[in-house]
Design a protein around this ligand. Structure first.
Ligand SMILES: NC(=O)c1ccc[n+]([C@@H]2O[C@H](COP(=O)([O-])OP(=O)(O)OC[C@H]3O[C@@H](n4cnc5c(N)ncnc54)[C@H](OP(=O)(O)O)[C@@H]3O)[C@@H](O)[C@H]2O)c1
Length: 305
């Protein structure tokens, strides 16, 4: 099969190569999926599990990409819950070969059925962003109707999902980002926008929840914007930021079939809009991930036309 591989951690996306690789086998509880659409996160090659297996052993050459939508072509021994020929979408294990390939082996529990009226490209685009937003808002942030949420990077892939789900849950949403993201953030439902480079973030006070995707200094400054008893949820990395009398949660998203089904139902009935940027073929994937060509929204690789 055709697949993108990386072997050199220091090379970043410039080290991506399109090569021939053996098709994967379905292990116990796995399915093999013929990938139709694949998603890759722009900083994935900097994540430790991209380069090692669950025992910490080097696993290069690595096939990156963790989001997928496609069709089940094989079932492993003991696999239940999915069937041959079924349309599926979901998130693959961080420590196994991923989805920038014609086929991928993935545990069945990490996938959900993709309804026939949802395009594979749309399905793949809401997997990681939708699950991250869902888990950050509802599981870790315990957001309630009437509360306020400050969403960093609100025009971005995750931030646009956080903005939409928070609004739907009845929260008041303040988005942040660079000036160029203002209109996108407002279009996704932010009621206010703070331009991080030109406005004063500290003018915002007393929010119930900050959803941080940027980390570093922005996470630290955000802690002071949270009311007593509020929560800072960050997905950037562990932070030393501490809201006074509040909670800090940093987490890594995990796949969840029930949540994927909730997310795709919202896409079908128009409550959630995918944030898709470039769409490229597998042959053009390396160029599509070139940092000089980053566009806003999720880049999706359409592996099968
Ligand atoms: N822990 C987890 O489970 C988890 C899950 C998903 C993602 N993540 C991580 O979350 C981060 C965001 O992912 P994403 O896919 O949403 O990225 P993205 O699509 O690039 O979105 C980031 C947004 O923030 C804006 N931004 C970036 N740096 C900024 C700055 N210094 N000041 C103001 N705005 C800034 C970006 O604007 P520009 O486009 O103009 O740069 C963009 O709108 C990544 O590091 C990713 O690895 C973690």
């Amino acid at each position: 099969m055709k697949a993108i591989v990386v072997t050199d951690r220091a090379a970043g996306t410039a080290g991506m190569k399109l090569v021939e690789r053996p098709e994967p086998q379905a292990a116990i509880n796995d399915v093999v999926v013929q990938v139709h659409a694949s998603g890759f996160t722009w900083d994935e090659l900097a994540w430790a599990p991209t380069w090692s297996d669950r025992l910490g052993r080097d696993r290069t050459p690595v096939i990156p990409g963790h989001e997928l939508a496609g069709v089940v072509t094989a079932l492993g021994y003991g696999t239940t819950g999915l069937s041959l020929g079924q349309r599926v979408f979901g998130l693959t294990d961080w420590t196994r070969d991923g989805t920038l390939a014609e086929y991928v082996a993935v545990e069945a529990r990490n996938l959900a059925p993709l309804p026939g009226d949802v395009d594979f490209t749309v399905g793949a685009s809401v997997v990681m962003s939708g699950l991250t937003a869902w888990q950050g808002l509802f599981e870790h942030g315990r957001i309630q109707a009437g509360q306020s949420v400050l969403v960093h990077g609100a025009a971005g892939t995750v931030g646009s999902m956080v903005t939409q789900l928070a609004r739907e849950a009845g929260a008041y949403v303040i988005g942040t980002g660079r000036a160029a993201g203002r209109q996108t953030a407002l279009d996704f439902g932010a009621q206010e926008f703070v331009d991080i480079d030109n406005d004063i973030l500290e003018d915002i006070r007393g929010v119930d929840l900050v959803f941080d995707v940027l980390g570093g200094d922005i996470a630290k400054r955000s802690a002071g914007l949270i009311r007593a008893g509020g929560t800072l949820v960050t997905i950037a990395r562990p932070t030393e930021a501490r809201p006074a009398f509040g909670l800090v949660v940093d987490f890594v998203v995990e796949s969840d079939r029930a949540q994927l089904s909730e997310i795709v139902q919202r896409v079908r009935d128009g409550r959630l809009r995918a944030n898709i940027g470039n769409i490229a073929s597998l042959d053009d994937a390396v160029a599509a991930f070139s940092p000089t060509k980053r566009s806003s929204g999720k880049t999706i690789i359409r592996v099968r036309p």
